[in-house]
Design a protein around this ligand. Structure first.
Ligand SMILES: Cc1cc2nc3c(=O)[nH]c(=O)nc-3n(C[C@H](O)[C@H](O)[C@H](O)COP(=O)(O)OP(=O)(O)OC[C@H]3O[C@@H](n4cnc5c(N)ncnc54)[C@H](O)[C@@H]3O)c2cc1C
Length: 468
C-alpha cells in the first residue's frame, strides 16, 4: 500500500508475537525501520539497563534470519525521533504505550509534534491487562485498595487472545546515519548476572510453559518459600516486554488441572493484577517513589545511618535471611518476593532508614526493576501506602526465616559462611552454643530494641493511635 517507510519505535517490547505496534506497522505494507533510542546514562548502567541491552542484542541476533535489525540510537528521544523521521522521510511512526511519568510526557509531546507536521503517530496498548486510567470505581475514581481494583478489573473481562507474530516483514533498505553498532562496555559488577539469566522470547515462553506444567498447581501453597523455585520467574521478561501479560493470562487460563487448580490460577493472576494496580497508582501519583502516599509518614524521624545502610546493601546485617536476600539481589539481580518483603521491612523498621533509600537501591540492582511495582511495594512494606501493611506490624526476620526457609537451604545457597550451621541455629547463629562462624557478623541491631524504637517513632507520628 505504501512506499514511504514507517518506523516502529521499540522501547520495552522486544518481541515479535503479541506486539500490537509491530503488527499494525507490518499491515500497512510499508518498509519498516525498527528503532530503539536509549537515553544517555550519565550515572551509569543499572541492572535493568543491563537486562534490556542483553535482550536487545538477543532480539537483534534473531532478526538477522529475517534480514532485519533494530537501529539503535543514543540520546534524547524527543529530539532524535523527529530527526530520524525526517532523515528517511517516514510517513508514520508506531509504538506501544508506556506509562511512566517522563515517558508518557515525551510520547504525548511527540504525538502533538507529528500531528502538526502531518506524520502519522499510532500508539497501542500491550504492557498491561488494562490501561492504567481505565479501571475506576462507580464514582469514576481510581481504586486505592487492591482487592476492589482487581474485582473491577476482572469484571471488565479477560484480555482476549494474543496476536501471532507477523508472518512477513519488509524492512527499510536505505541508509540511515547516526545509528550505533551495539558495542557497549559492561560494568564489572554485571559479570555475575549472566549466569542467572536467559534472554529472548523463546526463553520467556519456555519459562512460562515450564511454570504452567510444573509449578502452577502448587503456586498458592509454595510461592512464599524461597528455596523451592515455585514462582514463575517471569518478572524480568515482563519488564522488558519479551512476554506480555496477555500471553501469560491465556497460557494460565488454558492450563490443564481444571477446578483443582482454579485457586492457584486465580492467585497467580491476582499477583499479575498487582502489577497492573501498581501502574494505575503510579498513573495517579507520579511521585510514588518520592512521596509517602500517607502524608503523615513524611514526618517520621528517619535515621541517618550510612554504615547500617551499607551493611544492608552488602548482606552483612547479621540476620541470615535478610543477608541471603541482599546477596541474591547483588549477584543475580533478582530476589524472592517473600525475602524482598523481609529485607525491605528490616531496612525501614529495624534500621529506621527512609524507605526511599531502599527503593533506590532496588532500582539500581533489580533486573526486573519496575518503577510502579517497586515504589508501590516499598510503600506497602514501609506502611506508607494506601493499601499497605500497617507500620506497627513489624516482621521478625528470625521467625520469617524459620517459617519460610525451615531447613536453611536458601540461606546456605547465598551465605556460604553459614553452610555448616545446624538447621536449628542457622536462622539466628548468635544463639548457637557452638562457635559462631568467625566471618559472619553479629546482628547490627537487636530485634526487640529495634522494634521498640520503630514503634516509638511511629507513635510520635500517629499520636499513639495503634488501631488505625
Ligand atoms: C520491596 C519490593 C520491591 C519490589 N520491586 C519489584 C520490581 O521492581 N519489579 C517487579 O516486577 N516486582 C517487584 N516486586 C514484586 C515481586 O517481588 C516480584 O514481582 C516477584 O518476586 C517476581 O518473581 P516472579 O516473576 O517469580 O513472580 P510470580 O510470583 O511468578 O508472579 C508473577 C508476576 O506477577 C507480578 N507480581 C508478583 N508479585 C507482585 C507484587 N507484589 N507487585 C507487583 N507485581 C507482582 C510480577 O510481574 C511477576 O512476574 C517487589 C516486591 C517487594 C516486596
Amino acid at each position: 500500500m505504501n512506499d514511504k517507510p514507517a518506523i516502529v519505535w521499540l522501547r520495552e517490547d522486544f518481541r515479535l508475537a503479541d506486539n500490537a505496534a509491530l503488527t499494525a506497522a507490518t499491515q500497512t505494507g510499508a518498509p519498516l525501520l525498527l528503532v530503539h533510542i536509549r537515553p544517555e546514562r550519565p550515572s551509569g548502567m543499572t541492572a535493568v539497563d543491563w537486562f534490556r541491552e542483553k535482550t536487545l542484542a538477543h532480539f537483534n541476533a534473531g532478526l538477522q534470519s529475517l534480514s532485519g535489525k533494530v537501529h539503535v540510537f543514543t540520546g534524547d528521544s524527543a529530539r532524535l525521533l523527529p530527526e530520524i523521521v525526517a532523515r528517511i522521510g517516514a510517513a508514520a511512526v508506531f509504538w506501544n504505550r508506556r506509562y511512566d511519568p517522563i515517558g508518557r510526557e515525551i510520547d504525548a509531546g511527540l504525538k502533538r509534534e507529528f500531528a502538526a507536521c502531518g506524520t502519522e503517530a499510532h500508539s497501542f496498548a500491550g504492557a498491561l491487562f488494562h490501561e492504567p486510567w481505565t479501571v475506576k470505581n462507580r464514582a469514576g475514581q481510581p481504586f486505592k485498595i487492591f482487592s476492589a481494583y482487581w474485582r473491577a478489573a476482572c469484571e471488565a473481562g479477560s484480555p482476549g487472545p494474543p496476536l501471532p507474530a507477523p508472518r512477513e516483514f519488509k524492512f527499510f533498505a536505505g541508509s540511515i546515519t547516526g545509528a550505533q553498532e551495539q558495542q557497549l562496555s559492561w560494568p564489572a559488577w554485571t559479570s555475575s548476572l549472566d549466569a542467572y539469566h536467559e534472554f529472548g522470547e523463546a526463553a520467556a515462553q519456555d519459562r512460562l510453559a515450564r511454570f504452567v506444567a510444573d509449578d502452577l498447581g502448587h503456586y498458592e501453597d509454595e510461592r512464599d518459600f524461597p528455596d523451592r523455585d515455585a514462582t514463575s520467574g517471569l518478572s524480568p521478561y515482563l519488564r522488558v516486554g519479551q512476554i506480555t501479560p496477555r500471553q501469560v493470562w491465556n497460557a494460565v487460563s488454558d492450563a490443564p488441572g481444571g477446578l483443582a487448580h482454579a485457586a492457584a490460577r486465580a492467585k497467580f493472576l491476582a499477583e499479575l493484577g498487582w502489577r497492573d494496580f501498581a501502574w494505575s497508582v503510579l498513573w495517579e501519583h507520579p511521585g510514588l517513589a518520592d512521596h509517602a502516599l500517607r502524608e503523615e509518614f513524611e514526618d517520621l524521624p528517619w535515621r541517618s545511618d550510612p554504615s547500617g545502610l551499607e551493611a544492608w546493601k552488602r548482606g552483612r546485617t547479621g540476620y541470615p535471611l535478610v543477608d541471603a536476600g541482599m546477596r541474591e539481589l547483588w549477584r543475580s539481580g533478582v530476589m524472592h518476593n517473600r525475602v524482598r518483603m523481609v529485607a525491605a521491612s528490616f531496612l525501614v523498621k529495624h534500621l529506621l532508614i527512609d524507605w526511599r533509600l531502599g527503593e533506590q537501591w532496588f532500582a539500581e540492582t533489580l533486573v526486573d526493576y519496575d518503577p510502579a511495582s517497586n515504589a508501590l511495594n516499598w510503600q506497602w512494606c514501609a506502611g506508607t501506602g494506601a493499601d499497605s501493611a500497617p507500620f506497627f506490624r513489624i516482621m521478625n526476620p528470625v521467625l520469617q526465616s524459620r517459617k519460610f526457609d525451615p531447613s536453611g537451604a536458601y540461606i546456605r545457597r547465598w551465605v556460604p559462611e553459614l553452610k555448616s550451621a545446624s538447621d536449628k541455629h542457622i536462622h539466628a547463629p548468635w544463639e548457637s552454643p557452638d562457635a559462631r562462624p568467625a566471618n559472619y557478623p553479629l546482628p547490627i541491631v537487636d530485634h526487640a530494641a529495634a522494634r521498640r524504637r520503630a514503634l516509638a517513632a511511629w507513635d510520635g507520628v500517629r499520636g499513639g493511635d495503634r488501631q488505625s
